[in-house]
Design a protein around this ligand. Sequence first.
Ligand code: SF4
Ligand code: SF4
Length: 430
Amino acid sequence: MPRVKSFSRGGILVDSFRSLTGSQPIRPLFLPSLAVIPLTQYTGARAEWMVNVGESVAEDQVLARGLFSGDLDIHSPIPGRILEFREIPLPGGVVSSAALVQLEGEFGRTGHPVTKKEWASVSDEELLDRVRKAGIFLESSPLDPRRNLESLSPMIETLVVNALQPEPYLTLSLNLQDQRSEALVEGIRILQKLFRPRQTHYVSDPDHPDLWVKRFSAELEGVVLHALSFKYPQSQEGLLLQTIGVSVAPGMGSKVLILDVSSVLAIRDAVVEAKPQVEKTIVVSGRGVQHPGVYLVRIGTPLVQLLKDVGGLHPGEHKILIGGPFQGHSVDLLSTPVLKSTQAVLVLEKDEVNQSLERPCIRCGQCVTSCPVGLEPLNLHKALTQGNIALAREEGLGFCIECGICSYVCPSRVPLVSEFQNAKERVHGV
Ligand code: SF4
Ligand code: SF4
């Protein structure tokens, strides 16, 4: 069993709530009677509609085409009819055009036997074509933000498959690696054939190495296994690579590809089953939801239906988040749909959310000792409060990874990370 490792500076271990969903089987949810499909499925998406109001569409039909290299096609998650196009708000403040698809007609793929496609002897071009046609949103390293496997294929030297999710409540990778382990191993083999990396690393949590040692030694050659602590933000790319001993020379980031378990499985499903990305396995958790669990849900399912189908909410006030408690976005509208980029929906009760008001900084230093990249958030805060952006840059604003730990530990509830995010957005090149 590998030794459990972690990064050395800062970070926090928090009560994880992983027991709410960690051992749950993956359960399919009902199909949406009305799917809401935004054109903006992830930050920076560029696509245009290929269908018109009143048109009938088949399951898996391309509804919108990505405009440029690396932009993703969007497929219909259900057979139906285009009722209308509408502007809708999305988490994070984006407004997007969305197609409303009313369920009708017959399914072309769902419910039919799966014919597995051969992949071991097909060309790289054919493999890449199968992946490209599936329109997969890759949870990949921002060391290469293009998310375009075609442009990467001749360049990758190191492949890292990351099954560690240290944010509280998030167990998706753990559920998937337990319950779709054979498909995951096949997905890694497909990626190894495609990229021929000199090194492949697999990162898991402290509780799983035995299982994975057995699988890897039997079916995968040359994969280095790592067991990492749940300390947050261990999955941040720089900290992850530093902890597993992968050094990245300046300007060489695109030679390292980090993929999460969902992405590896989506690639495998596209290559082996010719399945486009029309559904997601997501975690629905938090003490506000009646039946926390891990659910297979169609993209475009509105949260109002999703939460009803998982048994509804406990009475009382809630805060709903898309994503984890540190980096997720809060949502007010339950008409918000599941997107290609959705990994979790959290329904937190009042006592799970610290709602106390901001007070002046008391210079306790907790944000400094917790920052995993060695910044002094109180000094950043002071510089930004004075409007001195040059000083904030000197203090290392550009190195902030926006992990949110400083805000979490601050006893004065200073909204440090949102100040830093806003400042970085305002100043180009920080
Ligand atoms: S959000 Fe930025 S400043 Fe705050 S702890 Fe994380 S890296 Fe440090
Ligand atoms: S944790 Fe909050 S109160 Fe303490 S030094 Fe940092 S900003 Fe100030």
